[in-house]
Design a binder for this molecule. Structure first.
Ligand SMILES: [Zn+2]
Length: 335
């Protein structure tokens, strides 16, 4: 591919396999052409269309340049915006450093290492990690399960890791009783599809399972759950076949929850050994990082940088999600 950013129409005519190769080489291409995440966001807007971040209308006109950046105006609601509005890079001053930051994340570096290499503060490093992870959340919509689907409940310790003492004191009076555990519903099939979901509850309930599987499984899927009450009692029209098995058993030589248990062990190890635990508030972000690592990334730094950037750039709701997450107090976990 010659000069990716100069020939966008050529990019849009690529086959699926060529597009994948393009993402895998995206980082090198961007470095070679001297482009940054904003340039990529512009390219992305050409394939997805420019939509109003407020009302989602496509009735949008160009509205002059501001500091050399294209401005748009929505003819429906009057909102003025840029292609970066609402994305993970919205409001960041040093956008030029974000590509390198994603590369450091792909390399599995700690917040401190990322900060040192990209020349940003440790606090900024933390914020950027969550900006990018918030932009990964919509990947959830791409996960579907086929054949035998294994389900299990994972109970994580409730954590307020990283919270300042001053903040804790203020919150204390507001909360009744803090939970000790937070439930995560873990699911995997046997062809590599995986999704974990943190619930606003201390146990997995039958309703959670039913909602979670709706629109994600086909009618010939066989759902395998462990012998906990929620799995035993779940009953929904979209769950046609169900098998309950003991945690360590293989029923009829086929049905088990052994695969999902392996994934849970990997996930818990990753959270506790790599990050030394994460605050419950940020658990959803880390969950999706784990899911993407297992399903979308290649475990190779250059390839994963391009893939992560492409995924992040596809999400126009990232900033909103990030803003809400950062303003979230722990009071919400009054479960
Ligand atoms: Zn609008």
């Amino acid at each position: 591919m010659k000069k990716l950013f100069e020939n966008p129409t050529k990019v849009f005519a690529l086959t699926k396999e060529e597009t994948r190769r393009l993402y895998d080489n995206l980082y090198n291409e961007m470095i070679e052409e001297g482009k940054d995440v904003v340039d990529y966001q512009k390219l992305k807007a050409m394939s997805t269309g420019v939509l109003c971040p407020d009302c989602n209308s496509s009735h949008v006109i160009k509205n002059g340049l501001q500091s050399g950046v294209q401005n748009y105006r929505c003819k429906n609601c009057g909102r003025q915006f840029r292609v970066t509005t609402g994305t993970f890079m919205y409001g960041v001053h040093e956008k030029g450093k974000m590509l390198e930051y994603i590369k450091c994340m792909s390399a599995g570096m700690s917040l401190r290492e990322c900060a040192r290499i990209v020349h940003i503060s440790l606090t900024t490093s933390f914020f950027w990690r969550h900006r990018i992870l918030c932009a990964m959340q919509s990947f959830e919509d791409n996960v579907n399960f086929f054949g035998i689907v294994e389900l299990e409940e994972l109970l994580m310790n409730y954590s307020e890791k990283g919270k300042k003492k001053r903040e804790k004191k203020g919150i204390k009076n507001l909360t009744k009783k803090k939970p000790t555990k937070v439930a995560v519903l873990a699911a995997t099939d046997r062809s590599g599809n995986i999704l974990f979901k943190k619930l606003e509850d201390k146990r997995v309930q039958a309703d959670h399972i039913s909602d979670f599987l709706k629109s994600r499984i086909s009618k010939d899927s066989i759902v395998c759950g462990s012998n906990k009450k929620a799995f035993k009692t779940v009953n929904a029209e979209h769950i046609k076949h169900k098998e309950i098995t003991n945690k360590n058993k293989m029923k009829g030589g086929i049905y088990s929850v052994l695969t999902v248990h392996e994934k849970i062990t990997d996930f818990v190890g990753w959270i506790y050994f790599k990050f030394r635990g994460v605050a419950t508030k940020y658990l959803t972000n880390y969950i999706m990082w784990f899911v993407i690592k297992g399903k979308y990334l290649a475990d190779r730094i250059i390839e994963d940088t391009g893939r992560m950037l492409n995924l992040a750039a596809s999400d126009r709701g990232a900033w909103e999600r990030y803003k809400n997450l950062m303003s979230l107090t722990y009071v919400i976990y009054n479960i």
